[in-house]
Design a protein around this ligand. Structure first.
Ligand SMILES: [Zn+2]
Length: 174
């Protein structure tokens, strides 16, 4: 059963997990690799509190990175939750995130084309000429003087980032 190990050898996938989980969360993931287990078994084996284990599992479930089967223990009459990972879905999540970022950056780049921008020395807020002139060249954040900024550099950065994302999306695992 491979429901995670191969995924965890990918640095990008590992980074994604580290972003959504803390260290104990990662321990829960590792203890559930390539098998099924109940929340109680995981807690017992890892020494992590049962409530923390459950919180991690439900977080994984929210991302559809884990699923459970509920069965009733006929002796004690309680429900037992047996969990398993589905880490391959990380690739879908990473792809979705990159697509969103790509759209955002493309929009930003488009909105910067053929426009002149102003900014104060302190804040990083770019104000287009029309707006700057209405503000009488005072920064909307700190009221400092708005000066002309060369947006070529920012546009070049955006273009590079866009190209990198497009390349990654066209030859990733996706
Ligand atoms: Zn300012």
């Amino acid at each position: 059963m491979d429901n995670g190990k191969s995924v965890l050898s990918d640095p990008e996938a590992r980074r994604f997990l580290a972003e959504i989980l803390d260290e104990e969360g990662l321990d829960v993931v590792y203890s559930l690799l390539d098998r099924e287990a109940t929340d109680e078994e995981i807690a017992e084996e890892t020494g992590i509190k049962i409530n923390t284990v459950r919180r991690v599992l439900y977080k994984l479930y929210d991302y559809r990175l884990a699923s459970y089967v509920r069965t009733k223990d006929t002796e004690i009459g309680w429900y037992i939750y047996t969990w398993k990972l589905d880490l391959k879905r990380i690739y879908d999540l990473i792809k979705l995130r990159k697509q969103r970022l790509l759209e955002e950056l493309t929009r930003e780049l488009e909105s910067m084309k053929d426009r002149v921008f102003f900014a104060c020395r302190k804040d990083e807020k770019y104000v287009p000429f029309e707006e700057a002139s209405e503000l009488q060249f005072r920064c909307p954040v700190c009221e400092g003087v708005l000066e002309y900024v060369d947006s070529e550099e920012r546009m070049r950065q955006l273009q590079e980032e866009i190209e990198r994302l497009q390349k990654e999306l066209s030859n990733g695992h996706y």
